[in-house]
Design a protein around this ligand. Structure first.
Ligand SMILES: [Zn+2]
Length: 220
């Protein structure tokens, strides 16, 4: 899944309003931020097979450390704990932990059965919505709209940056998503890996957006 994860991040603001959108978006993307690191270092493997699914040509050959259910829960607990320590908010830590685990659940809807339950397990999960490009878009686009709507309902721009940096962030997600859905397959996994790592820019971008927005409740 792609912008479905962003939907969870935006929607999380309604659950943990005091947490920054940067952290709230990092959580549901965490597994996909670890994945390119594991791919580039050879810890995990994936390959490009055009036609593998209708939506993406990337085959997850072996991704036990980033994309097993058990590791998703452990990464979620670790990230949630760190956020709890830094923010002194149990709520923020809990929402972030759930955000990390939501990645695996959302991925289980779209992936082929290639997501292991445990790192060395032999049971693989995946409902395969990626086999239908139209089906994937029909699920993810409304989810993304719902998440953004919840964020807009929870926050208000303090200034022009709060409005336009957010518009830019939303546009970036949509353009990147269109590229994934309709663009040509990537040339190789090294490019995929570095593109994934470049996605880290979204975290400071989202934090910047959030710093220029107020909570609606506080303004009333
Ligand atoms: Zn994933």
């Amino acid at each position: 899944m792609c912008i479905g994860h962003a939907a969870v991040g935006f929607a999380s603001k309604a659950a943990a309003p005091r947490a920054s959108l940067g952290v709230l978006l990092a959580a549901p993307f965490l597994l996909d931020l670890l994945w390119p690191v594991f791919i580039l270092t050879g810890v995990e493997s994936a390959s490009i097979e055009p036609g593998n699914t209708a939506f993406t040509p990337i085959a997850f050959d072996s991704t036990p450390w980033s994309h097993s259910l058990l590791m998703a829960v452990l990464w979620g607990a670790l990230f949630g704990f760190l956020v709890h320590i830094v923010s002194r908010s149990v709520l923020a830590g809990g929402v972030v932990a759930l955000g990390v685990v939501s990645h695996w659940i959302c991925d289980a809807v779209v992936h082929r059965p290639d997501l292991p339950l445990t790192p060395n397990g032999t049971i693989f999960v995946g409902m395969g919505l990626w086999n239908s490009r139209a089906g994937t878009l029909a699920l993810e686009l409304p989810l993304f709209a719902l998440g953004v709507w919840l964020y807009l309902r929870t926050t208000k721009p303090k200034d022009a940056t709060g409005r336009w940096a957010l518009a830019g962030l939303i546009a970036f997600f949509l353009v990147a998503y269109a590229g994934t859905a309709f663009g040509p397959p990537p040339p190789n996994m090294t490019v995929v890996g570095w593109t994934g790592i470049a996605g880290l820019i979204l975290i400071p971008w989202a934090a910047w957006v959030d710093a220029h927005r107020d909570l609606v409740d506080e303004m009333a």
